[in-house]
Design a protein around this ligand. Structure first.
Ligand code: TRP
Length: 489
């Protein structure tokens, strides 16, 4: 029997080293009685409060998905109608799934792959369910490869802001700065490397107190800065046009593919569909309401995305830019505000610093499944696991680096490398993962068990709504959207 060291989510707030016995689990959990499993506590302890859990899960959810991805895909997909579909997906698919994932984690109190093994055994279901865990590992890894490149852009923009590159800059100048930047593979590689190394160091050494504190401190800062920037956006002439773009649905702009992108974004931004949240759920004390916590996390995440939209689109229209200018959108618009608003130099620096930290708190959660897998199944040391998985994700990230310059026109299915990896993960792997998690929670797991874990206060009705959503709405929605995209519907 071997003992493995695994970073797990800290009882107090974030991740930290902990030991557990990886081999034992599968063997003896199979025939555990119900009381034994539900009364069990995680060997790593529990969250000290609901707040600690919410902060950690929000740290994983809020990141580039809200501030970089949401605005540009909204711009590419025509605005209002897309946003509406996205919001519906968060509400009807994202929140029920986040509850399901948290619940599965809390029930088994183990990492995602063991969770699936334990719970399939408990439900007497097919062993193949644990492949779900592998897909999560794969998705996290693939997402990380490009996440690091884009987070590298944000890091570079801290330095550009510091040296006053944007001061007084026009929209054209800001765009030129961005284009010159992404045209240089060497610069992108430099920042991508820096960000990946930072992620690897944090995960390899266990989360340090300093990092925990920074994230806890900087997330509210990010929020405050964004509110300030909305204030700036309100003073521009493009504000109402931006507001209209974001909230006035024009359904003629909605294609089958944009519905899939909106659904994929709901998964991506909430970090659901890959078992990531299960890890957090494992440390959740029994008396914390999963439903309420999930709603608060999803609410905070959605607010951040909408704020980003409220800042960026007014700037777009005020400066005669195009909403559909792609992944560079945030980097071509926000600096205009920083270059021209009062105190913009400082606001710009703080904003990009906060964004880099928000991205770090997501990237460490993205790399962790792969690291844990290498440690548990391949017997790697934590350091070695970090070096291997980080390096591999780094190499894969080079494909994303070149997608913005040398390989911009190398396309497969009309998509360049970055677009392919993004499509594969957000639009295919996460929804498929979510579909399976929903089917598992709704159909395979015994109803008395899910009821026991969720323990919804409104007695039967709340539980019935959740059960209906995961059993029918989530699987049907994913299935129908897929059929629609392949043109069957
Ligand atoms: N939610 C993160 C963001 O919006 C990205 C993400 C997707 C993620 N899946 C994840 C982060 C899993 C951590 C774990 O930026």
């Amino acid at each position: 029997m071997r003992n493995f060291s695994v970073v797990q989510y800290n009882v107090r707030y974030f991740t930290r080293y902990a030991n557990y016995n990886g081999v034992l689990l599968g063997a003896y959990r199979t025939d555990m009685a119900d009381e034994t499993i539900t009364d069990k506590k995680s060997q790593h302890g529990e969250w000290s409060s609901r707040f600690a859990f919410i902060m950690a899960a929000t740290g994983s959810a809020v990141g580039l998905g809200n501030i970089w991805k949401f605005p540009y895909i909204t711009g590419e997909n025509g605005g209002g109608a897309f946003v509406l579909v996205y919001l519906l997906c968060v509400l009807l698919i994202g929140i029920p799934l986040m509850m399901a994932e948290t619940m599965l984690g809390r029930r088994s109190k183990e990492n995602p792959i063991h969770t699936m093994e334990i719970l399939t055994a408990e439900a007497g279901a097919d062993k193949n369910w644990h492949y779900l865990g592998w897909m999560g590992v794969g998705a996290g890894f693939l997402i990380l490869s490009y996440y690091s490149v884009i987070a590298g852009w944000a890091s570079a923009y801290v330095v550009k802001s510091f040296f006053g590159s944007f001061s007084g800059a026009s929209a054209g100048e800001v765009k030129a700065i961005f284009e010159a930047f992404v045209a240089s593979p060497m610069q992108l590689i430099f920042w991508h490397t820096l960000f990946m190394v930072a992620t690897m160091l944090i995960v390899a050494r266990g989360i340090e107190k300093g990092f925990e504190k920074s994230v806890r401190f900087l997330l509210p800062w990010l929020f405050a800065l964004m509110v300030l920037l909305v204030g700036y956006a309100m003073t521009t002439d493009g504000y109402f046009q931006g507001l209209n773009f974001l909230f006035k649905p024009d359904f003629s702009k909605l294609t089958a593919d944009s519905v899939l992108v909106a659904m994929g974004q709901a998964f991506f931004t909430l970090s659901v569909g890959m078992g990531s949240i299960m890890v957090y759920g494992a440390y959740l004390p029994k008396d914390v309401s999963i439903a309420k916590s999930s709603m608060m996390i999803a609410g905070a995440d959605t607010i951040m995305a909408l704020l980003a939209g409220l800042i960026i689109f007014p700037i777009v229209f005020n400066n005669g830019l195009h909403p559909n200018s792609g992944p560079g959108l945030v980097f071509e618009t926000l600096p205009i505000a920083f270059g021209n608003m009062f105190g913009g130099w400082l606001v710009g620096i703080l904003f990009f610093v906060a964004l880099v930290f928000a991205a770090l708190s997501s990237s460490i959660a993205l790399i962790e499944p792969a690291v844990a897998w290498l440690i548990e199944n391949k017997g790697f040391s934590r350091q070695k696991a970090c070096i291997y998985s980080g390096s591999l994700a780094w190499v894969l990230g080079l494909g994303t680096v070149f997608s913005f310059n040398a390989w911009a026109n190398v396309k497969l299915f009309e998509r360049n490398f970055f677009e392919l990896v993004d499509y594969l993960t957000a639009n295919l792997m996460l929804p498929i993962g979510g579909f399976c998690i929903a089917v598992f929670a709704g159909w395979i797991m015994k109803q008395e068990h899910s009821k026991h874990e969720l323990d919804l206060p409104g007695e039967h009705l709340d539980y019935q709504i959740w059960k209906f959503l995961v059993s029918y709405v989530v699987p049907a929605a994913v299935f129908l959207v897929f059929l629609n995209v392949v043109g069957v519907l």
